[in-house]
Design a protein around this ligand. Structure first.
Ligand code: 2IT
Length: 447
C-alpha cells in the first residue's frame, strides 16, 4: 500500500472530518508494514475498501418539548462494515455529535468488534440531542422519534445498536419500547436492555471491568501488579463507574475522577460502595457536573475548571470522551512518573499525546482494545437473546475476562517491537484488521 497517497486521499475525501482523518491515519500508519508483507490485501484493495463506510444514514428527528415547542435534531447511523457479522455499535446523544464523530466511531468499532473474536461488524449512531436539563418526558419523546426513523434500518441480524455517552438503560428502554410498538417484535435488536426484558448481567459494568482486565494484562506483561497502585480517571459516567468498581475490588487506589466542570481529588480513595454508587447517581441526573461529589464526601476536594491529568499517579485512564488527553497532559503525566495510560473512552488521546507517551516507553493501551469489553458483553447479550436464555453473572464475567485476556495477548503478538516495547496501538490495529480483511476477501467484491 502507498501510505502517503492513502493518507492524502483520506484527507482529500473527508476535508471537514478531522476526527475521521485522525482515526484512519493512525490505523494506516500502524498496519502499513503488515499489509506490505502480505500482498493479498493490496490485490483486493482491502485498505481502500475499509476506509469507506458501507452506508451513512442521516435523518431528521423532531419532538415536542415540555413547553409545547417543536425541537429539531439530527440523527445518524453509520453502518461501517458487515464482513464478520451484523453492524454493531452504540448510540451517542451529545451536542458535539456530527457525521464526523459517527464516522470515526463506526470505523474504530469495526476493528474493536473484530478484536473481541465475536461475530459483530462495526456501526455507530447518535444525535446532537443534549440530554442535559431535559425532563424524563422530553427524553422519552426524543427517543421515540429517533427510533421511529432508525427502526427502518436495524434488526437483530442486520444492525444492533446499544448505549454510549448520553444513552443508558433508561434511553435503551424508551427506544426498545418504540421499536416493539412499531414492529410488533420482541427481539434482540438492541443491547444494554434491562434484566427483566432480555438484558445481560454484567453489561452495565462491562466496559469498565474489561478495561481493568486489560490493564491487568499490561501489568502482568511488566511483571507488575495492581494492588496499591495510585490511579486517576477522567469522567464519572457509566464507564468510569465500572472502572472504579473493579479497581476498588482489586485493591488499586483511585484518587481522582472528573467532569466537564473540573475534577475531584480524594486522598482517602474513591473505593467505598457509597462513593462509587454516588458516581452512578450523579450520572443519572445528566447534569454533567462532578462538583456535588465534594459536597457529599468530606475527604473529597473539588478543583474547578482543571483537567484531572495534573494529579500525580501511576495509572491514568480516560473514561470520558475523544481527545480529552493531549500532548501537554501527556507531558505532565510523564513528569509525574505515570507508568500506564489506558484509553477507555474511544480515541481518548490526541495523536501527539499517544506519540509522546510511546516515545517515553509508557505502557499505552488504545480504546479499541481496552474498552472492547462493553461491546463484547453486548455480543454475549445477543447470544443469550438468540438462545432465549440468560447466563449467570459469573458465566458472563468469566467470558468477558477471557475475551479481554485474548485481546491483550493478540496485541502483544502483533505489537511487540524489536526492543521489547509492546506497541498496543499497532497490535490492536493489525489484529483487528486481519479478521475483517480476510472475511472481505472470502466474500468477493461485495463492499
Ligand atoms: O463504544 C462502544 O464500544 C460502545 N459504546 C458499546 C457498543 C455496544 O454495541 O455495546
Amino acid at each position: 500500500m502507498d501510505l502517503k497517497k492513502l493518507i492524502a486521499d483520506v484527507k482529500a475525501k473527508n476535508p471537514d472530518q478531522p476526527l475521521y482523518i485522525q482515526a484512519a491515519t493512525e490505523v494506516l500508519e500502524t498496519i502499513n508494514d503488515f499489509v506490505n508483507e502480505n500482498p493479498k490485501y493490496d490485490k483486493y484493495s482491502i485498505v481502500e475498501r475499509i476506509l469507506e463506510p458501507e452506508r451513512i444514514i442521516k435523518f431528521k428527528v423532531t419532538w415536542v418539548d415540555d413547553n409545547g415547542k417543536i425541537q429539531i435534531n439530527r440523527g445518524y447511523r453509520v453502518q461501517h462494515n458487515m464482513a464478520i457479522g451484523p453492524y454493531k455499535g452504540g448510540i451517542r446523544f451529545h451536542p458535539t455529535v456530527t457525521e464526523d464523530t459517527m464516522k470515526f466511531l463506526a470505523f474504530e468499532q469495526t476493528f474493536k468488534n473484530s478484536l473481541t473474536t465475536l461475530p459483530m461488524g462495526g456501526g455507530k449512531g447518535g444525535s446532537d440531542f443534549d440530554p442535559k436539563g431535559k425532563s424524563e418526558g422530553e427524553v422519552m419523546r426524543f427517543c421515540q422519534s429517533f427510533m421511529t426513523e432508525l427502526q427502518k434500518y436495524i434488526g437483530a441480524d442486520t444492525d444492533v445498536p446499544a448505549g454510549d455517552i448520553g444513552v443508558g438503560g433508561r434511553e435503551i428502554g424508551f427506544m426498545y419500547g418504540q421499536y416493539k410498538r412499531l414492529r410488533g417484535e420482541h427481539t434482540g435488536v438492541l443491547t444494554g436492555k434491562g434484566l427483566e426484558w432480555g438484558g445481560s448481567l454484567i453489561r452495565p459494568e462491562a466496559t469498565g471491568f474489561g478495561a481493568v482486565y486489560f490493564l491487568q494484562g499490561m501489568l502482568a506483561a511488566k511483571k507488575d501488579k495492581i494492588q496499591g497502585k495510585r490511579c486517576i480517571i477522567s469522567g464519572f459516567g457509566n464507564v468510569a463507574w465500572g472502572t472504579a468498581l473493579k479497581l476498588a475490588e482489586l485493591g488499586a487506589k483511585l484518587v481522582a475522577i472528573s467532569g466537564p466542570d473540573g475534577y475531584i481529588i480524594d486522598e482517602a480513595g474513591i473505593n467505598t460502595p457509597e462513593k462509587i454508587a454516588y458516581m452512578d447517581e450523579l450520572n443519572a441526573t445528566r447534569n454533567n457536573v462532578v462538583e456535588p461529589f465534594a459536597k457529599k464526601f468530606k475527604t473529597a476536594k473539588f478543583v474547578k475548571g482543571k483537567k484531572v491529568w495534573e494529579v500525580p499517579c501511576e495509572i491514568a485512564m480516560t473514561c470520558a470522551i475523544q481527545n480529552e488527553l493531549n500532548a501537554d497532559d501527556a507531558k505532565k503525566l510523564i513528569e509525574n512518573k505515570v507508568k500506564y495510560v489506558v484509553e477507555v473512552s474511544n480515541m481518548g488521546c490526541t495523536a501527539d499525546a499517544v506519540t509522546t507517551l510511546q516515545k517515553k516507553k509508557v505502557s499505552f493501551a488504545p480504546g479499541k482494545a481496552a474498552n472492547a469489553g462493553g461491546v463484547a458483553t453486548s455480543g454475549l447479550e445477543m447470544s443469550q437473546n438468540a438462545e432465549h436464555l440468560s447466563w449467570t453473572a459469573e458465566e458472563v464475567d468469566a467470558k468477558l475476562h477471557n475475551i479481554m485476556k485474548n485481546i491483550h495477548d493478540n496485541c502483544v503478538k502483533y505489537g511487540t517491537e524489536k526492543n521489547g516495547y509492546i506497541n498496543y496501538v499497532k497490535g490492536a490495529n493489525i489484529a483487528g484488521f486481519i479478521k475483517v480483511a480476510d472475511a472481505m476477501i472470502a466474500q468477493g467484491v461485495a463492499y
